[in-house]
Design a protein around this ligand. Structure first.
Ligand SMILES: Nc1ncnc2c1ncn2[C@@H]1O[C@H](COP(=O)(O)OP(=O)(O)OP(=O)(O)O)[C@@H](O)[C@H]1O
Length: 543
């Protein structure tokens, strides 16, 4: 009885911890626990990131060693600028973050590292609580609590003889191999096996992006027991429900529609969402646009049913175009008429905060330098041509530029037509659009990643966030409808400080739209490319 009260007091204290900046980002308990597993030599929180050779540049960011070890293996010896700016406020001060930085600049780990750090901390506290619980159990065998109930669920599910294809699960999360992995990682950080609550939710606009973020998070949790699962539409909801029950992932990365469906089905693990500690809205400017926002709003209202929820939740809101202000008809204010009024940055951020029910004053980290949101090493080109000539220019470009290429168009029909055409021309195109089966979408993306000369033809479903190494060229077969889409499409190349080319094919009907994009970006970026094309075409004619 006494122990129970102590536990309640502890929980109450924890519920307020969001408002109090944490001095120790990685609790002493955690360090002691690791030490007892022979993993860390040091016990002082101040030494948290001091003992891994070559990782000195992360030293002041107070990152736990299990994460640092992963970063070292990834070859990430320096934090990127957005990471350097976000991590101290997010880890040390537990502040809400609104982050904007160019495409491909490492925003994913800027939220993933703080979240995993805090969860390690919470787990260490929980283990402390569990030690108390063990005593409780010995003293009072009739004391059935919620944890036990969910433990029973897990056992039931474990007993199911699962004969379905495991590949789907692999895409959503690695934890179904958890037991095997434990044996293979000598440094794996062990906890007692029991259900953990869902502490973090990452919401993204597309399924592929959710899966990719899950992979990036897995990359930094390898030596911890923090589990992450992707929950996306287009794949079996029953299996996702079962995986959630079975593995109780502490981090869930989800597309809003499927997440809401599972909440409505009363998936037990997702009931934790009302006690959520960390919420990430990735590609936030897209997420609060019409269509997406309707589902996001339902999720937000549900989360906030628990009035304490906004208080103890740390929010992360990211995009390359988040702080971008321009004068075109503005799609930001959902449900209202399009208006030409130019918002200030403050207006935009205030609206965002309101929509996302962010409680505290966030730290705004804007590294987009006013206007340039695309990567520094991106070369932007355009060709003026008729609509009919686009196929010719596209084919020319593909024949003369061998690297991995991503072609964007505005409609699925256009992608279908281009796929047939380029297949006939032996260019081996891989389509990607929303009408395709999810399995095929993922397969095509994988094939594209594997082939240095791969050619992906996609709608804007692939415009945001996808981190495919070494995409040399992005071609806008049609001019995108918004400046943001231009920035995100172009951002699929020239990532992580590499060089890349973005080429726009602009027909007379699109000139106005394209000029609008150039004006909004406030740069005379686009060099003419026609001359080279003309030479080549003359060459063709003369051959
Ligand atoms: N500290 C680091 N050092 C080197 N590479 C890093 C570092 N952090 C992240 N990366 C790598 O940089 C690439 C781009 O990162 P990420 O996908 O997070 O970009 P992003 O800013 O979210 O881009 P976008 O705006 O297009 O979504 C990834 O391959 C990631 O693994």
């Amino acid at each position: 009885m006494f122990k129970k009260k102590k536990k309640q007091r502890k929980k109450k204290n924890k519920s307020n911890d969001k408002t109090e900046p944490s001095k120790s980002c990685y609790g002493a308990q955690q360090l002691l626990h690791q030490h007892s597993n022979g993993q860390l030599q040091q016990k002082q929180p101040d030494d948290v990131s001091s003992k891994i050779d070559g990782m000195e540049n992360w030293l002041d960011l107070r990152i736990p060693n299990p994460i640092l070890r992963c970063l070292k293996e990834l070859g990430f010896t320096n934090p990127t600028p957005i990471q350097s700016r976000v991590l101290p406020s997010a880890i040390e001060d537990k502040m809400d973050i609104i982050g904007a930085a160019e495409t491909g600049s490492g925003k994913t780990l800027a939220f993933a590292i703080p979240i995993v750090t805090h969860i390690l901390n919470l787990n260490a506290d929980d283990d402390d609580d569990d030690d108390d619980d063990d005593v409780d159990t010995i003293n009072n065998n009739n004391d059935t609590d919620v944890d036990e109930e969910s433990q029973r669920d897990t056992l039931d599910v474990d007993d199911i003889n699962d004969e379905e294809d495991d590949d789907d699960d692999e895409v959503l999360g690695k934890m179904h191999n958890d037991d095997k992995n434990d044996h293979h990682h000598p440094h794996h950080y062990h906890h007692h096996h029991h259900n953990k609550p869902m502490y973090a939710l990452v919401i993204t606009p597309t399924r592929e992006l959710a899966i990719q973020i899950r992979e990036h998070i897995d990359n930094v949790t390898k030596y911890t027991d923090v589990k992450c699962l992707a929950i996306v539409g287009g794949m079996s909801i029953e299996r996702q429900n079962r995986l959630l029950k079975k593995f109780s992932p502490q981090i869930v990365v989800a597309t809003p529609g499927r997440f809401w469906e599972l909440v409505q089905q009363k998936c037990p693990h997702l009931s934790h969402v009302k006690d959520l500690r960390f919420l990430v809205i990735d590609e936030a400017d897209r997420m609060i646009e019409k269509n997406h926002f309707e589902e996001l709003e339902k999720i937000m209202n549900y989360i906030n049913l628990n009035l304490c929820s906004p208080l103890r939740r740390q929010n992360f809101v990211f995009s390359a175009t988040l702080t971008f202000i321009h004068k075109t008809p503005y799609r930001f204010d959902v449900g209202k008429k399009k208006k030409m009024k130019e918002l200030t940055l403050e207006d935009k951020l205030a609206s965002l905060q309101r929509k996302l029910h962010m409680s505290s004053k966030p730290e705004v980290v804007d590294l987009t330098g006013g206007q340039k949101m695309t990567a520094q090493k991106l070369t932007e080109l355009k060709v003026n041509c008729t609509y009919q000539e686009k196929d010719l220019y596209l084919y020319y470009f593909l024949k003369n530029n061998k690297g991995r290429t991503l072609v964007f168009a505005n409609s699925k029909d256009c992608i279908r037509r281009l796929t047939s055409l380029l297949a006939m021309l032996h260019c081996k195109p891989l389509p990607l659009h929303a009408d395709m089966h999810q399995k095929q979408r993922l397969k095509n993306l994988d094939r594209f990643k594997e082939n240095e000369r791969g050619l992906l033809l996609a709608t804007d479903v692939a415009a945001r966030g996808l981190d495919i190494p070494n995409v040399k060229h992005v071609i806008h077969y049609q001019v995108p409808r918004t400046t943001e889409n231009y920035v995100h499409r172009s951002g699929r190349t020239a990532r992580s400080n590499t060089a890349g080319i973005s080429l726009a094919l602009v027909c007379p009907e699109e000139v106005k739209l394209f000029n609008g994009i150039q004006a909004a970006l406030k740069r005379g970026i686009i060099k003419f490319f026609n001359e080279i094309m003309c030479k080549w075409m003359n060459g063709l004619v003369n051959e």
